[in-house]
Write a protein that binds this ligand. Sequence first.
Ligand code: ATP
Ligand code: MG
Length: 366
Amino acid sequence: MKNIILTGDRPTGKLHIGHYVGSLRRRVELQNSGKFDKIYIMIADAQALTDNFDNPDKVRANITEVALDYLACGIDPNKSTIFVQSHVAELTELTFYYMNLVTLARLERNPTVKTEIKQKGFDSSLPMGFLTYPVSQTADITAFKANTVPVGEDQLPMLEQAREIVRSFNNLYGETLVEPKAVLPENKSCLRLPGTDGMAKMSKSLGNCIYLSDSADEIKRKVMGMYTDPNHIQVSDPGNTSDNPTFIYLDAFATDEHFAKYLPDYACLAEFKAHYERGGLGDMKVKKFLNSVMQETLEPIRLRREEFAKDIPAVWEMLYQGSKSARRVANKTLWQVKRAMKIDYFAEVKKHIKQKKNYDYFSNRK
Ligand code: ATP
Ligand code: MG
């Protein structure tokens, strides 16, 4: 079996450091590991429209932003195929067939979708497209026969749904689709990076993000204004590091080299945490160090992004070529699916036409 990756992001905003540690950083490592036969990275505009159908301008503008974020982080179009979901019409067709294999009750049980419905206030006005987006995600993954999907923790229910659909399809129609597995970040703090406001998840839709494209000043302002442990009032108070986003970000980004460079009184994060927990370490010092770490990490990404942003038409041409090549692959899978489902009615006719033979359709007629 081939080793194939499919991942993607919704063009609902620029990408943030949660995307970076949850998925992007890993994708670049996997891309450069040489262990994969193919890597597909999808900008999920059709999925973004399921909850932004009234704002197509936002989705369109953010396709450019997400593509720039990819290039800035080191996704290389010569090694990975970057494409736009809506340009691959086969994905919509596959979704339609897969819908038969899922019940409404099953879709309503999806915990990530449930949380998102609440967050978006969709209780009484839930678009069908939004509820069914896990099915369309299954189409995205299976169209490319992907076996590996590097994602953040919130995507686990989607992967479970995809595996169920694949199993049910293969049982009904014969072995056709590949069962995918999720690859989560190894570092626990990166599974679901919290927002700067302390909310459980940094998310474009919640406005609690540090973006990969933020200026040095914006990064500093956001870090200095971050939520910390609300019970750590005096410097001398013992503090909590486990529910404290400043320490969670340090877990995700800080290395011993950062300590040697910016805070040589501590050898490593464990020592720094121990000091905060026993009391005597102020939030200001933690935030100043975190700011240095974030500035060092994000500066090269921001500079590369600025370079790529100088030629936007080239970015769109790259997306066009990627989308064309993705479409060819998805089309092959779609026909395998149709054959398995016995709905490839015109296969014989097409063969005849190709051989320039015509059926003598109406020879019995007078
Ligand atoms: P939206 O609010 O529009 O859903 P989002 O910020 O959740 O946007 P997505 O495009 O839905 O971003 O997610 C893209 C990928 O990034 C997924 O693999 C997801 O698991 C991962 N991801 C998103 N936010 C985080 C986070 N805070 N921590 C870790 N991974 C994340
Ligand atoms: Mg999301």
